[in-house]
Design a protein around this ligand. Sequence first.
Ligand code: FOL
Length: 214
Amino acid sequence: SLAPLELTLVVAATARDMGIGANGGLPWTGLRKEMAYFARVTKRGDNNAVIMGRKTWDSIPPKFRPLRGRLNVVISRSFASGLPKDPAGGPDASPVEASSLEAALEYLRQKKTAMTSESGSGRVFVIGGAQIYAAALGLAETRRVLLTRVVSDFSCDTFFPLALGTTTEKTADVPKWVQRSRAEHAAWIGEELPEGTQTENGTEYEYQMWERVD
Ligand code: FOL
């Protein structure tokens, strides 16, 4: 199918070098409100999907996966190629297994077409890690990044593959990324946003939304 499907990347990254991970997990601990924001935003509207790589799946505590109330799609080159199968036992019991990001999107497009009535917003979120973000950033379907900019610094071994920090100029073949206002961000996620820098357990961060304009 060639039906359009919009992708939103959700990521928390350090301000200094866009670090997103360390030793197979998040670089920080104890950002509970930030994690709660991630959960609310990816759930809101119902019928949403989260796409992630196999290493990100492994990094989620077993008691929290599949991420509840969302269709989980996990990507691994080890998974069977072709159109992925519906999750065994339903979306809260097991994830959909896809052999590539493209296969994941084909599955979700087909699923959307198969729905007879409109139920829920059906948003699709890419939740990492670095390899899956890189693949998504190469697709025209990727329209926006919900970035939590972590101002406090952490040592990282995994990085978000796009420097967002200054609104960029569109040059041949390189899309332009612009930061949207707090009001636009709040309207898109459907909830109020706290103003300015947040602090949790001594870690400072800020909620941002970036959009591709091309
Ligand atoms: N985006 C943002 N903004 N913050 C993140 O921490 C984040 N993490 C990932 C991807 N995008 C992100 C990948 N890592 C869970 C754990 C790790 C993870 C993503 C999700 C997780 O357990 N989520 C539960 C919340 C559990 C809780 O309440 O503590 C969920 O239901 O979403």
